[in-house]
Design a protein around this ligand. Structure first.
Ligand SMILES: [Zn+2]
Length: 64
């Protein structure tokens, strides 16, 4: 059975385990998110700049 993936509303980081964002520690998380993007090199990524992401990882484009 597939696990529901969660996304942090604050930093958009996507994760599976826990009730808090493992990246920024925020408890403001949601299962209602759309679109996934992997940031490999945040410094050279236009979309990372646009989404204000400054670290590598998998993030969502949109959270509700
Ligand atoms: Zn976060």
């Amino acid at each position: 059975m597939a696990k529901k993936t969660k996304a942090c509303k604050k930093c958009r980081f996507i994760f599976e385990e826990g009730e808090k964002c493992p990246k920024c520690g925020s408890a403001s998380i949601t299962e209602n998110w759309k679109g996934k993007i992997e940031i490999i090199n945040a410094e050279n990524s236009e979309i990372a700049k646009e989404l204000k992401l400054n670290d590598k990882g998998i993030y969502t484009i949109k959270v509700d």
